[in-house]
Design a protein. Structure first.
Length: 195
């Protein structure tokens, strides 16, 4: 199945292409972005890091049907990517993302996460979504909390910044559906003159 373009109120999530590596290379290698990434991310980031990752890791995993990668773009400036988000099958790191520093703190990551989480459960049909994160990564934790995830484990992991306490967050398909059914019902009630 080809990776589709996803759309939110403000964003276009376009399938990752090899040509996106140029823009990613310009945005990604910032300490504010990489410090809480898994230690497999090379640091200092090499000049061909994005190209090598896309060519050798991300796009082959997409071709095998094991991963789904998107660039995050604002609708008002669709030619410029502001981050990347992905889903991965077969391990307990099901979702990952980053937003370029100039666009952080504007809710774009929350919006993109909601779109790919819906895709994970509704289209791909997986029963559970799990993500790990550095405990110190408070913005990422807030995104998980807002989406209804719960912390199910604490462990130590290797990050670019070193070995740090990490949390494992989880959301089941049943929990996600209950949460979204409730939102649809509340929105419908407001539409009929409810409070």
């Amino acid at each position: 199945m080809a990776v589709p373009t996803l759309e939110t109120a403000r964003l276009l999530l376009r399938p990752l292409e090899l040509s996106d590596a140029v823009q990613v290379q310009a945005l990604f290698p910032r300490w504010e972005i990489v410090r809480y990434m898994a230690a497999v991310v090379p640091w200092p980031y090499p000049p061909d890091g994005a190209l090598a990752f896309f060519r050798d890791v991300a796009l082959p995993a997409v071709a095998r049907g094991e991963a789904w990668h998107w660039t995050i773009r604002r609708k008002e400036a669709a030619g410029r990517l502001i981050g990347v988000i992905n889903l991965n099958a077969g391990k307990d790191e099901h979702r990952g993302f980053w937003i370029g520093v100039p666009w952080q703190g504007r809710g774009y990551a929350t919006e993109a996460c909601a779109a790919v989480t819906a895709y994970w459960f509704e289209v791909l049909g997986f029963p559970v979504l799990r993500v790990g994160k550095a405990a110190a990564n408070v913005p990422s934790r807030r995104i998980s909390e807002r989406s209804g995830m719960r912390c199910v484990g604490v462990e130590e992991r290797a990050f670019v910044a070193g070995r740090l306490p990490a949390e494992v967050w989880e959301l089941t398909a049943a929990e996600w559906r209950r949460r979204h059914r409730g939102r649809a019902h509340r929105a419908g009630s407001r539409g009929r003159g409810g409070a």
